[in-house]
Design a protein around this ligand. Structure first.
Ligand SMILES: Nc1ncnc2c1ncn2[C@@H]1O[C@H](COP(=O)(O)OP(=O)(O)OP(=O)(O)O)[C@@H](O)[C@H]1O
Ligand SMILES: [Mg+2]
Length: 404
């Protein structure tokens, strides 16, 4: 069975900064890989390289020639001036073109013979297989399911992409990608901005997706429900490691690795300290020994010489071991990120940091916020929730006095 994607020995640097260092990833049919790593680790860069949007400095990417890749970038750009209607009309263009080509070949078949007919039949067979694999025969039902599931039918067809809310853009971007019916999905943070109903729909859609997928996400629950392999880009080494299982299994393996690293680090630190002490103490006791007196000068010198040889052997071997350990010092495990806000709510006691009353907001005559009242007390910890397009970001912009 051919791999859908074979990315080998990929390295990439921006200026002097190494982003990916000799990473390889193989995506086989039906595999669901979650790509994880700290912010800036190089996840988006790797997806861009596989999608052919950015060239690697080293290494190569092989995509099975019969495979169509669907790539959802982390930030969707380039659609700002297109309307929702135009974008949707274009989404399934590939499959429509394929269908038209199949109809043409069917007509040609009836009028051809011999070698020509054979070549038409060969192309027809190949394209039919592709059309079927990509769901061309139930295209209409699929379009309806995607449009309903991501509530694209709620978006005004004449609205420009650039004026949609973050969540509306995310939903439309996903819909455009899924409508193009690719064999393999490269998804860069697909759940960012999605409200809970769109997220649930996406999870069930992906559960039924037959092709392979490589998904970047910081959403642990989404990864647990969607993928079966975790590939991690290590922030320090810029290389990659593969863990079979969901996110929780990966997190448990990481914890065990971390504890093991801590134990090895502590054992080495202890050994280094012990050796340093031994070297220093032996040297001191040697000095004491040399100053001891013996009435017989010959016996005394003989004893000292014998003692010197044993001591210098012991010191030498301890020094050599110490040197070896210091040259291969194990690093301590990285310190886990802690959030330690400097904010002191006491200083705000008896004040009202924000009080908003009777907030109204319309866009193009469409009511977004209607008489919203909100008071934020020093101890308030508020989660602002609501479906995509409900006006959450708009309210925050108003509270932050941003021009909108
Ligand atoms: N075009 C570019 N020019 C210069 N530096 C870049 C460019 N694109 C990315 N970088 C840098 O390369 C590093 C990796 O970026 P990348 O977007 O791949 O990270 P990421 O793992 O996707 O992070 P995040 O989790 O924040 O999305 C970052 O330090 C980033 O600033
Ligand atoms: Mg990214």
């Amino acid at each position: 069975m051919n791999a859908l994607i074979h990315a080998q020995h990929i390295s990439k640097a921006y200026g002097l900064k190494s982003v990916l260092n000799d990473v390889s990833v193989i995506l086989n049919p039906g595999e669901r890989i979650g790509l994880v790593g700290a912010n800036g680790a190089g996840k988006s860069t790797l997806l861009k390289i596989i999608a052919g949007e950015v060239p690697p400095d080293d290494g190569n990417v092989r995509v099975d020639p019969i495979v169509t890749l669907g790539y959802l970038p982390q930030v969707i750009v380039g659609y700002e001036d297109s309307t929702v209607r135009e974008l949707l009309a274009d989404a399934d263009r590939d499959l429509r073109l394929l269908e038209t080509r199949l109809r043409t070949l069917e007509t040609d078949m009836t009028q051809s013979t011999g070698v020509h007919l054979e070549s038409i039949l060969a192309e027809y067979g190949e394209l039919t297989e592709q059309f079927e694999r990509r769901g061309g025969y139930d295209l209409e039902q699929r379009i309806a399911a995607v449009v309903r599931g991501l509530r694209i039918d709620h978006l005004p067809p004449d609205r420009l992409f650039g004026t949609l809310s973050g969540g509306e853009r995310a939903r439309l971007g996903l819909a455009l990608l899924l409508l193009s019916a690719p064999d393999a999905l490269l998804l860069d943070e697909p759940t960012n901005h999605l409200d809970s109903s769109s997220l649930n729909w996406l999870e069930s859609y992906l559960a039924g997706f037959q092709g392979g997928m490589l998904v970047v996400s910081h959403d642990r629950e989404f990864l647990n429900r969607t993928i079966t392999i975790i590939v991690e880009i290590d922030e320090q080494t810029r290389s990659m490691k593969r863990y079979n299982g969901d996110y929780d299994t990966y997190a448990a393996s990481k914890l065990r690795e971390r504890e093991q690293q801590q134990r090895e680090y502590e054992a080495q630190q202890e050994e280094i300290a012990g050796l340093r002490l031994a070297v220093a103490e032996t040297a001191r006791s040697n000095r004491n020994y040399r100053s001891h007196t013996d009435s017989d000068k010959f016996v005394r010198n003989f004893k000292i010489a014998q003692h010197d040889t044993t001591v210098s052997k012991r010191v030498k071997s301890a020094e050599e071991r110490l040197k070896r350990l210091e040259a291969n010092k194990l690093p301590p495990p990285p310190i886990p990120l802690r959030f330690d806000p400097a904010l002191n709510p006491e200083a705000l006691r008896a004040r009202l940091p924000i009080m908003a009353t009777g907030i109204h907001k319309c866009y193009d005559g469409r009511m977004i916020l209607d008489a919203v009242n909100l008071t934020i007390y020093p101890e308030s910890r508020i989660a602002l929730v609501g479906p995509n397009g409900a006006g959450k970001s708009t309210l925050l912009k108003i509270l932050g006095c941003v021009d909108i």
